[in-house]
Design a protein around this ligand. Sequence first.
Ligand SMILES: *Cc1c(COP(=O)(O)O)cnc(C)c1O
Length: 360
Amino acid sequence: MHVKEQLLNLKPYQPGKPIEEVKKEFNLSKVVKLASNENPYGCSPKAKQAIVDELEQLAIYPDGYSALLRTKLADHLGVKEEQLIFGNGSDEIVQIICRALLNQETNTVMAAPTFPQYKHNAVIEGAQIREVPLVEGHHDLDAMLKQIDEKTTVVWVCTPNNPTGTYINRENLLDFINKVPKHVLIVVDEAYFEYVVADDYPQTIEWLNDYPNLMILRTFSKAYGLAALRVGYGIGNTELIRKIEPAREPFNTSRVAQAAAIAALDDGEFVAECREMNKKGLKQFYDFCEELGLEYYQSEGNFILINFNRDSDEVFQALLKKGYIVRSGNALGFPTHLRITVGNTQQNEEIIEALKDFVQ
Ligand SMILES: *Cc1c(COP(=O)(O)O)cnc(C)c1O
């Protein structure tokens, strides 16, 4: 069989260890997973009810155009319905963009480390990857600009950046967007948008009219707590969305996912509470780091990257034995860090205690 050569050097996505597996392996009755930036408060009860109501319809294909969700979301965001594209998670929007804009003759520019799916999908399309190292956890926008040439078709900006949690302020991002040549699509991945509290975080949607080469990615997986249902979206220029739509599978978001997302949009209070609790949770981790003198990045997401100054797999394993699944920095380009999802108050307290035992 002749599989595309570029696939042979890729690994399938390595998910966080499943809870059940860890329970069995270490003979634990309770395991807490703080590895995949999932919402510790679940999702809105309104979303759950909408899912139950939808169960009568499972025999019927979903609306491939997601018309109801589209109308609802366009209204919520203040954009035209034609400016939206839905995906089976925003992961799929990344894939659609790569299918639509990348090939062997093109290159694509991104930070490193950043969300791995940009590179993964670009490799499959055979594009040249140009990675620009973060500087102190932040995108080096000037260096990224220097990597852009006439063969660049997509530049990726992840803000807040996964795995560092750092963000790009309004002034710096707008300056960057102004300097990127018009033939290059700028993808701003805002998967953690709803968690951001920084005053100078930009409202990028307001820029869409002025920059037809701008596209914003968001998701229902993180603050909305619907990761299992897989629904994310892109917001962009109408003409661009129309051009990339054919690269989308016909029924890529399910009936249940659409119904839940619509209901979730009606519960702004739930998201606001999660944002508030997340801010408090981050503070628990900041205090812990300050107390023990550990380096960390200020995070605008629902996760924190902490430097433990030793092989991250070691700390990861020690936590695993105590029933905490986190993300080892080794796989993320930070070999002495752990990325820990902010849990609920009690989970944070408990994992911090477990970490103290280990670090001291
Ligand atoms: C989690 C995440 C996504 C993907 O989310 P979906 O579940 O596919 O919507 C995209 N970008 C970043 C930066 C993420 O952390």
